[in-house]
Design a protein around this ligand. Structure first.
Ligand SMILES: [Zn+2]
Length: 240
């Protein structure tokens, strides 16, 4: 098992020390006893960065979860098992993902409140992101309303809290349609949740900012119908 050092609320630490557990050079990865690198998943891309030890160095190109282990796919030197390494997250990339992911939650929240449409999927990138809503049919006016609604929440500077919460409590307090809890295996309890402004509760394993004012301004750059009743919105962020 790899301990996730960024959980449940430690997303601003950029460097860490860890011990190599397994080296699988033929497949290009190592596993560590603990890590700060976010593994791809939940629509959020992998962290990148580097690890160093003695006079050696490897770049971390991709991080993936395989059961309880986190595989760090690296390029460069390969450390041996039990080697102590120092890890550094590519913060520029990670912080963009944090701002984007929290922005996605804000838009998903607003759209659920205003149109009773759920988030059916999302994909975050450094420079733009997209969300699919269902059931939904938006026109240009709706897009403007969504953008304005999301940006006015950001202007309020609402706090973003990340914590563990009993599944039963999440079921009670989460707005219906915010996410499909059935997709999370029953044995996962407590759930890690992201709560914005004490109101929007959503189970999520991603990395997030602490306050909405870090997001900057949301610009919705595209609206597209994806089949019947599904609308896709693409957005960018302007620096805070
Ligand atoms: Zn999320």
């Amino acid at each position: 098992m790899t301990e996730l050092l960024y959980y449940p609320d430690n997303e601003y630490q950029k460097e860490f020390d860890a011990k190599v557990q397994k080296k699988k050079e033929s497949k290009g990865y190592i596993t560590l006893n603990q890590t700060l690198f976010y593994k791809e998943g939940g629509g959020q891309p992998t962290d990148k960065g580097k690890i160093t030890w003695n006079d050696k160095e490897a770049s971390v190109e991709k991080v993936k979860r395989k059961q309880e282990k986190i595989r760090h796919y690296i390029e460069g030197d390969f450390p041996e098992p039990d080697q102590e390494i120092h890890g550094e997250v590519d913060w520029d990339r990670r912080y963009k993902h944090m701002r984007m992911h929290t922005a996605q939650h804000v838009i998903s929240w607003i759209v659920l409140n205003m149109y009773d449409a759920s988030t059916a999927g999302n994909q975050i990138h450094e420079d733009y992101s997209r969300i699919d809503f269902e059931p939904a049919e938006f026109d240009e006016k709706d897009v403007e309303k969504i953008e304005n609604g999301a940006n006015s929440l950001i202007e309020k500077g609402l706090k973003v809290e990340k914590k563990e919460m009993e599944r039963e409590l999440v079921e009670e307090q989460m707005t219906e349609g915010r996410t499909n809890l059935d997709l999370i295996p029953d044995h996962v309890d407590p759930l890690r949740v992201v709560e914005i402004g004490g109101e929007d509760i959503c189970p999520c394993g991603g990395t997030h900012v602490q306050n909405l004012d870090e997001i900057g301004e949301i610009n919705i750059i595209e609206r597209k119908s994806k089949g019947s009743n599904v609308e896709r919105l693409k957005f960018e962020l302007e620096e805070a």
